[in-house]
Design a protein around this ligand. Structure first.
Ligand SMILES: O=C(O)c1cccc(C(=O)CC[C@H]2O[C@@H](n3cnc4c(=O)[nH]cnc43)[C@H](O)[C@@H]2O)c1
Length: 221
């Protein structure tokens, strides 16, 4: 299908449902480009954002679990003041303004869609939890950075794309689901404790089930 430059769009699906796939690449800019392309060119009924993420200690999540976002957050967009970090409300300029809403750091997601995905995951035997996600530009490689982020905002896991996709979908009025496999804990960086492949394959296993459930298509696998 027509993509944008190096960003191809793949189509799949049978019956009345069309599934479009884009690999965003890492970070908020790539994610926003991909989400904008999908929303502008294809007017989807739902955007699903997936990948892996790092779980905060104390969230109840462990490596290999699934995390469903009930909201997203631009967790490092703000001001470093002598008295500590402050969010965009200090500047007073929202990242989005429209439909009676002024969004600073927190980006809403569709709670019914999130709840539906969580219920399906739980019923399907996945270990899954729902909560707020934090999006960062710098992957937290220390436990103290994780604690700093949780002083700013509540969160169960961090990632590097979610708030961008959520903001683009929200501004287009398209519901958005974000679900990630947990690849690591937010702790002092130790790659021997990470499982990127396991996290991605677990969330892909769930999404196969999810797409069969929401779309009018025969079994995908
Ligand atoms: O620290 C490293 O050397 C390293 C090696 C491989 C991959 C990474 C990543 O940070 C993957 C980033 C990618 O995955 C998401 N992700 C996964 N865990 C985290 C995290 O703890 N904090 C933020 N993002 C994470 C993220 O959305 C990226 O797409 C690092």
């Amino acid at each position: 299908l027509p993509g944008a430059g190096p960003l191809p769009v793949y189509r799949a699906g049978k019956g009345r449902t069309e599934l479009l796939f884009v690999q965003t690449g890492i970070g908020k800019v790539n994610a926003a480009i991909a989400a904008t392309l999908l929303c502008e060119r294809y007017a989807p009924d739902l955007v699903v954002n997936t990948g892996c993420g790092g779980a905060f200690v104390g969230s109840g999540l462990a490596v290999g679990d699934l995390a469903v976002a009930d909201s997203e957050c631009l967790a490092d967009e703000g001001v470093q003041t002598p008295a500590g970090w402050r969010g965009l409300d200090l500047i007073g300029i929202p990242v989005y303004e429209g439909r009676g809403e002024r969004l600073f750091n927190r980006i809403p997601l569709d709670r019914d869609v999130a709840r539906g995905a969580l219920d399906l995951a739980t019923a399907g035997g996945f270990k899954a939890l729902m909560g707020p996600f934090l999006t960062v530009s710098t992957c937290s490689g220390t436990a103290s950075q994780g604690e700093e982020l949780l002083r700013r905002f509540p969160g169960v896991c961090e990632n590097m794309e979610g708030a961008a996709v959520a903001q683009v979908a929200f501004s287009h009025g398209v519901p958005c689901l974000e679900i990630r496999g947990i690849s690591n804990m937010v702790e002092d960086r130790d790659l021997s404790r990470w499982d990127l492949k396991g996290a991605v394959s677990e969330v892909q296993r769930f999404l196969t089930l999810y797409l069969e459930a929401i779309a009018d298509i025969p079994r995908l696998a």
